[in-house]
Design a protein around this ligand. Structure first.
Ligand code: PEP
Ligand code: CO
Length: 450
């Protein structure tokens, strides 16, 4: 094996990298980012690794959620607040039901690059480069918008910093919305057959918080420090290695652009550049497990990325689909258990349940929309809990694509969103997300299982 360096991946094949028109312009931007201060600290990253090891043992539960693709336009006060609010509310619901401390990781402050299955997108006979996330190009279908522009990497780094700065300030200042579940937006509950149960849960969360506050005579968030971590897909390797640093009082190299980088399903070749890069950093890492990787290949990958079998280092995020999980997951669990590799098992019930439907747009034309059914998402999760239980392993976390906004991208849920509703507020430029109500309802349903 070659000797690891932050850029040793360059001698290997890197899939999903950007065909930048002017490579020298990219080098200049990368040099600039190398000299900017980091977004997170090695101490935070190390803390998360310890907590993930605890989740793997069933002592904590991980809630990992956010946009499929974050957009620059959403780097604004209301969007960030909504995103943080839904994740914190979901985590309170989960903590309440499970009596476990919940680790919160947002797919935020850097989720600006996406893998794409096709290099080009064709519309009416015109082919243009695919949209690869706001770090690379823009979603509008025009030559200028789709031409990769390295200046966007800098804009993305700055927006990540702005986002994190605001999140840290909100958490420091106490997030008052959290203390009064009676002010949460719960109108949808009336539509659920579980309305009574939900009301009881939310009331008792409120009562619990007020009780704690009266005991301590201060706000809950000061008595129980609200940790929040960030993650994004480790995709653009020039960018990731530019933010990979050594720090004064710790050994090793740390990716200080995020706490938790994850390896996507399209870039996970064991001999590929992404695995080479991730092998050498100290961060805890997530691995997406899709059906195209065999159980033995998964074991080999875990051994490559975690030869010392360090607890907390690897999280396996399976995304197999509601129709396939029962057939496929047991063999992965058996292989990892046999190899005695400590991992945190996480279920991503989103990516195996994506489908396209033809809907009528607001202007009347028929267009194709990607969507996911709430019932399929829930079905995959429920099976995941059962399968792990029957195997004696722990499902220690969930990974959702969601937003705190009132979008219409996934169908189903208590409000009964239908395909005909999709175009009312379909905002995602990539994968469909659970909206505020669907996300909170999902948390209430998952909470019964944790
Ligand atoms: C994602 O999480 O948005 C993603 C692209 O996932 P996967 O690699 O599992 O398809
Ligand atoms: Co996605």
């Amino acid at each position: 094996m070659i000797e690891w360096q932050p850029n040793s991946w360059k001698s290997l094949v890197a899939s999903q990298q950007v065909p930048w028109p002017d490579p020298r312009a990219v080098d200049l931007v990368i040099e600039e980012i190398k000299n900017l201060p980091p977004l997170v600290t090695s101490g935070e990253v190390a803390t998360l690794k310890v907590q993930l090891a605890e989740a793997a043992r069933g002592e904590r539960f991980l809630l990992h959620g956010g946009d499929c693709a974050e957009s620059f336009a959403d780097c604004r006060s209301a969007s960030i607040t909504n995103q943080l609010k839904i994740l914190l509310q979901m985590s309170l619901v989960l903590t309440h039901a499970s009596h476990k401390r919940v680790i919160r990781i947002g797919r935020i402050a850097g989720q600006y690059a996406k893998p794409r299955s096709a290099e080009a997108e064709v519309r009416d006979g015109v082919a243009l480069p695919s949209f690869r996330g706001d770090n690379v190009n823009r979603p509008e279908f025009s030559e200028s918008a789709r031409t990769p522009n390295p200046q966007l990497l800098l804009r993305g780094y700055e927006r990540s910093a702005l986002t994190l700065n605001f999140i840290r300030a909100l958490l420091d200042g106490g997030f008052t919305d959290l203390h009064h579940p009676e002010h949460w937006n719960l109108d949808w509950v009336a539509h659920s057959p579980l309305a009574e149960e939900y009301k009881r849960v939310v009331d008792s969360i409120g009562a619990g918080i007020r009780f704690m506050e009266s005991l301590e005579d201060r706000h809950l968030d000061q008595t129980q420090c609200l940790d929040f971590f960030t993650s994004h897909e480790c995709l653009l390797l020039d960018l990731e290695s530019a933010q990979t640093r050594v720090v004064p009082r710790r050994s090793g190299w740390w990716n200080l652009s995020t706490h938790f980088p994850w390896l996507g399903a399209r870039t996970g070749k064991i001999d590929g550049a992404h695995v080479e890069y991730l092998r050498g950093i100290e961060n805890p890492i997530g691995i997406k497990v899709a059906s195209d990787r065999s159980p033995n290949e998964l074991v080999a990958l875990c051994e490559r990325l975690n030869p010392g079998r360090e607890a907390g280092r690897i999280s396996l995020i399976h995304r197999l689909g509601a129709h396939q999980i029962a057939a496929l997951l047991p063999a992965y669990i058996d292989a990892i258990t046999r190899a005695k590799i400590p991992v945190l098992w996480i279920c991503d019930p989103m990516h195996g349940n994506t489908e396209s439907v033809i809907v009528k747009s607001l202007s009347g034309e028929a267009i194709s929309r990607k969507t996911r059914k709430f019932s399929h998402i829930l079905a995959e999760l429920e099976q995941a809990f059962e399968i792990h239980k029957s195997k004696g392993t722990v499902l220690g976390g969930v990974h959702f694509e969601l937003t705190g906004k009132d979008v219409t991208e996934c169908v189903g849920g208590a409000r009964g969103l239908a395909e005909a509703d999709l175009d009312r507020a379909y905002q995602s430029s990539l994968d469909p997300r659970l909206n505020y109500e669907q996300a909170l309802e999902m948390a209430l349903l998952v909470a019964r299982r944790v």
